[in-house]
Write a protein that binds this ligand. Structure first.
Ligand SMILES: Nc1nc2c(c(=O)[nH]1)N[C@H]1C(S)=C(S)[C@@H](COP(=O)(O)OP(=O)(O)OC[C@H]3O[C@@H](n4cnc5c(=O)[nH]c(N)nc54)[C@H](O)[C@@H]3O)O[C@H]1N2
Ligand SMILES: Nc1nc2c(c(=O)[nH]1)N[C@H]1C(S)=C(S)[C@@H](COP(=O)(O)OP(=O)(O)OC[C@H]3O[C@@H](n4cnc5c(=O)[nH]c(N)nc54)[C@H](O)[C@@H]3O)O[C@H]1N2
Ligand code: SF4
Ligand SMILES: [Mo]
Length: 694
């Protein structure tokens, strides 16, 4: 049996793995025993990579649509024919409407520098990632306060004395390393406070669980700041040195007392005061976790800002056991990996179709765009027509709220190309499907992981492709060749791509053989909190009164306004993930489908009793956008104002037989509204009615 090191891709956390291979087949997948923090462990999804490899229902050959969109009529094509077809259509659209009329969307990934290069070379500004729908508002919150994107921050769970999680459901919506670190820390006495309208697995592990009324976290945080400032519990030295706008904050939070917040959140004032005091007692080794998914409400950016500000008040930024700025290779004086985007590419001056980076949407991040605005841009042709869309490792049909509108938008395109491994709902609408080899069958661009100890990780093929599939970097190169832009893709093989990235670093692919990764420094790097912090704001400080916001006429501290509560007889629809599934990717995986084959509607027992709903009964959930059937889970573990379902079920693609029509789709019910400052969709701004199905 061979042993190979690579990187998992059953979700985009990308844990380092060890794969046991025999006769060109995978026997077992485990965590990489050499990787700090992981030490050999793996999650259920990671282990189920074997069943993805053997799945007969994944995409096997390029397909060209023969019937109406969404009718499921295809013919198999050779790669030559499929790529020629796509290139010809791109040329036609480009000639008629200009390069800007081609959009591209992907889940940000290791090869994103290739996708960005492709878009720039064809002259389009419309490169999107999934990011806005995940954590766009968190990104803007971080940039508004520190000048850094959210991806530049990490949490030092291992050394923290007190961790406070706001719906950051670590033990179900996992990052393996963080789960291990938090568990170890708790064994050593770290305190965990968990705040969620729902009793999750993480809640059951916490020292203190607070059931908050959905959508009121901002009220809680304003009251916490009120107590921390009034009782002078903040880190004065840190605030004096690194924070600007403190006096404005002090004045602003004055009216937001714990008694006021109790009315709004349902959390007793005494608990709020207690939390402020306990957290401060642990400072600076305390983490007010800023969250991961930040696509809940329209005030999301201000919720996320309030969490980051709480850390600033605790002085926990760049303190051991606090939140830290990730160090890149460059930060520690090492040559970073080369990216294709460093080349002298054609300048694209057109404005983006979502308005990001212009006066229409000045605060969201143009590096990602705001992808949930794409369906409207396609439908209205405002500011100009979008006629072609390339989708790589993303399922916008399900990952952008409001399924029916997404469908209308995709229907309007002249060209929809999907690069996936499964028949996603978006692939089902495509003109051409280009099947990618799965992560066990392909290599990708080498990954530079920033952090306290920056390192490089390598994904490499561990078995040969089972079907007529190709790696995405090769697909992009073959398309580029046909579009006359191949000079920007100076590689013909994985080895050449790696060599391009590694040039001048002194590191070779062989250096990854022993452990699967190369560490660029041995000891964790913290910057000096007295003098060495490097914030990227105009003032070089953490700007509570934000230059980014104020320059664009937006407030740094808007007066608290409640998120619209559900009317009598309706519920707020909350969503989330669980440990057996990745978003919309794994519901059809043979093993994972066996673990969790449908989602349930969590509903409060008293609310259910009023509606005559019994545990396990089929119910109909209706919103202003759609209607779905799902079985009820009647419980006192959820706030009475809310119902909850897992994302990713209620699937409509019949060839995915294991998950077809199982459970309900949140996307079908959601409304597409955006936090116009932060950039995330407000996925939980939807109110639903629930009734038993006889
Ligand atoms: N309605 C609703 N929308 C949401 C969310 C929600 O809870 N509800 N959650 C949001 C969040 S937090 C996120 S991160 C996003 C995630 O949104 P997505 O990125 O769309 O979801 P995923 O399930 O990660 O992956 C999407 C597609 O990638 C494909 N895929 C998997 N591996 C590979 C591969 O190796 N190569 C290729 N080419 N394709 C592959 C899968 O088959 C799937 O079709 O959704 C966001 N949008
Ligand atoms: N197993 C698994 N792990 C994953 C992923 C996956 O797909 N599967 N995806 C990864 C990705 S991309 C992401 S973004 C993260 C997501 O990780 P998390 O951000 O932890 O997100 P969710 O699973 O979306 O869970 C959100 C939680 O927020 C709670 N919540 C809802 N409304 C409120 C509210 O108003 N206030 C508070 N305080 N809580 C509320 C919900 O009840 C739910 O328990 O998970 C990552 N890890
Ligand atoms: S969390 Fe699980 S599925 Fe995601 S990368 Fe890590 S092992 Fe793979
Ligand atoms: Mo996410």
């Amino acid at each position: 049996m061979q042993q190979e090191y690579s990187i998992c891709f059953m979700c985009s956390v990308r844990c380092p793995i060890k794969v046991m291979v025999k006769n060109d087949d995978v026997q077992l997948i485990e965590g990489n025993p050499h990787a700090a923090g992981i030490e050999g462990s793996i999650c259920p999804k990671g282990a189920a990579g074997v069943s993805l490899l053997h799945d007969e229902q994944r995409l096997k050959k390029p397909l060209i649509r023969t019937g109406p969109r969404g009718a499921g009529q295809w013919r198999e094509a050779s790669w030559e024919e499929a790529l020629d077809y796509v290139a010809e259509k791109i040329k036609q659209i480009k000639d008629t409407y200009g390069g800007r009329s081609i959009a591209f969307t992907e889940r940000a990934q290791l090869n994103s520098h290739i996708s960005k290069t492709f878009m720039q070379a064809i002259g389009s500004p419309n490169y999107f990632t999934h990011d806005s729908c995940c954590k766009g508002s968190l990104n803007t919150a971080f940039r508004s306060l520190t000048g850094y994107a959210d991806s530049s921050f990490g949490v030092d769970l291992e050394r923290a004395k007190h961790v406070i999680l706001y719906g950051r459901n670590y033990f179900e919506s996992i990052e393996l390393k963080a789960v291990k670190q938090l568990t170890r820390a708790m064994e050593n006495g770290t305190k965990l406070t968990y705040i969620d309208p729902r009793v999750t697995v993480t809640a059951t592990k916490a020292d203190k669980y607070l059931m908050i009324r959905p959508g009121t976290d901002l009220a809680l945080n304003y009251a916490l700041m009120h107590v921390i400032i009034e009782e002078e519990l903040y880190d004065k030295e840190f605030v004096d040195r690194w924070v600007s706008g403190f006096d404005e904050l002090k004045k602003f939070v004055e009216p937001y007392t714990p008694a006021w917040a109790e009315q709004e959140t349902g959390i007793p004032a005494a608990e709020i005061i207690n939390l402020a005091r306990e957290a401060s007692a642990a400072k600076p080794s305390v983490i007010f976790h800023y969250g991961y998914r930040s696509s809940h409400y329209t005030n999301e950016i201000y919720v996320r800002r309030s969490l980051i500000i709480l850390n600033a008040l605790m002085g926990s930024i760049e303190a051991p056991g606090g939140i830290f700025i990730k160090k890149s290779a460059k930060d520690i004086g090492k040559q970073p990996l080369h990216k294709l985007t460093e080349q002298d590419l054609p300048k694209v001056t057109e404005e983006r179709c979502d308005g990001v980076g212009t006066a229409k949407f000045p605060t969201a991040d143009p590096a990602h765009g705001v992808v949930q605005l794409l369906p409207q841009a396609i439908l209205t042709e405002d500011p100009y027509p979008i006629k072609g869309l390339i989708v790589w490792r993303h399922d916008p049909m399900l990952s952008i709220p409001d399924y029916q509108t997404n469908k209308e938008a995709l229907n309007k395109l002249d060209l929809l190309v999907v690069i996936d491994i499964h028949f996603s709902e978006t692939a089902w609408m495509a003109d051409v499907i280009l099947p990618e080899s799965i992560y066990l069958e392909r290599g990708d661009s080498i990954q530079e992981v920033s952090g306290l100890k920056p390192s490089l990780f390598m994904r490499k093929p561990v078995v040969s492709p089972r079907y007529d599939t190709k790696p995405g970097w090769e697909i992009m190169k073959l398309l580029a060749d046909r579009l006359g832009i191949s000079k920007y893709f100076p590689y013909n093989s994985l080895e050449e791509l790696w060599a391009y990235q590694l040039a001048g670093t002194g590191i070779t692919p062989e250096d990854f053989a022993a452990k699967g990764f190369v560490t660029l420094c041995q000891e964790p790097v913290f910057w000096d909190r007295r003098d060495g912090l490097k914030f990227k704001t105009p003032s070089g400080k953490i700007e509570l009164v934000s230059s980014l916001l104020e320059q664009n006429g937006l407030p740094s501290f808007p007066a608290y306004e409640p998120v619209k509560p559900p009317a009598e007889g309706t519920f707020r629809l909350l969503i989330g993930r669980n440990v057996a599934h990745t978003h919309v990717s794994t519901q059809n995986n043979p093993l994972l489908n066996e673990l969790v084959s449908e989602n349930l509607l969590w509903i409060n027992n008293q609310a259910a009793a009023k509606l005559g709903i019994k545990d396990g009964q089929l119910v109909e959930v209706t919103s202003q956008r759609g209607k779905e059937a799902i079985r009820a889970f009647v419980t006192d573990l959820i706030h009475p104002e809310a119902v909850f379902m897992l994302h990713g079920f209620g699937r409509r693609v019949p060839t995915q037989t294991r998950c077809y029509n199982k459970g309900a789709s949140d996307t079908m019910l959601q409304v597409n509204i955006t936090d116009r400052v932060g950039g995330s969709p407000a996925l939980q701004h939807v109110h639903v009615t629930v009734r038993p199905v006889a």
